[in-house]
Design a protein around this ligand. Sequence first.
Ligand SMILES: [Mg+2]
Length: 264
Amino acid sequence: MTPPHLRCLSAPGFYWSPPSSSLLLRKLAMSVKQRTSYAEGKPALRGVVFDMDGTLTVPVIDFAAMYRAVLGDEGYTAAKFGSPGGSVDILHHIETWPPQEQQRAYEIIADFERQGLDRLQIMPGAAELCGYIDSKQMRRGLITRNVKASVDLFHRKFGLKFVPALSREFRPYKPNPAPLLHICSSWGIPPNEVMMIGDSLRDDVACGKQAGAFTCLLDENGRYGPIDSLSKDLQPDFQVSSLSEVQSLLDINFELLQHPQTTL
Ligand SMILES: [Mg+2]
């Protein structure tokens, strides 16, 4: 049986479904790929960018309770309706509110995030995967919609440093591709040699696809269903149910190359 992470590979030698949203990016990606590919014809990969909450850390924030506290029961139900996987873009909702209400909402969110920090745990397989990426001398970056203080705590608590690590203070945040493009640029690596890994289709996969990077959805509980059931513009290139699957996914599908020597 086809392993779950290879479900998108429909034919021998077909290892990649490039971003469908941009033909130009796809053409650019293909030309760079041809320059950097090795004999086996695998695309090159030099960097991996991770989401933090729910990807590098075990989800400990009760997001449903947080959304309810901010939006109210009715507002939460309305916001959930029609979102892929039932996920709510709370920051987007708040952005259009009057300053006073916005302030109150941010305080509620910060309170939930503080409670989450106390119980922070690293995702199983994360440390091993990072060690593997380091052993290949590839780059590791992080993009989160959480605040910088949470990223600092994550770095301190688990001794895993991601460079760059962009938090909510970097605007515009995910799903806008800007933070990912910023990381690629600071690395001196084209986006089509980078993979974005995250547990949110709407934030992480959308960000990665729009930037022209490879995308991998971490779907621990199968809440999104199979890749081909998702709308085309949000289909990730790969789907895993745990970070432990990612190392073999990288090995099988990519030529893992050392990053260029840039000063970060
Ligand atoms: Mg997440």
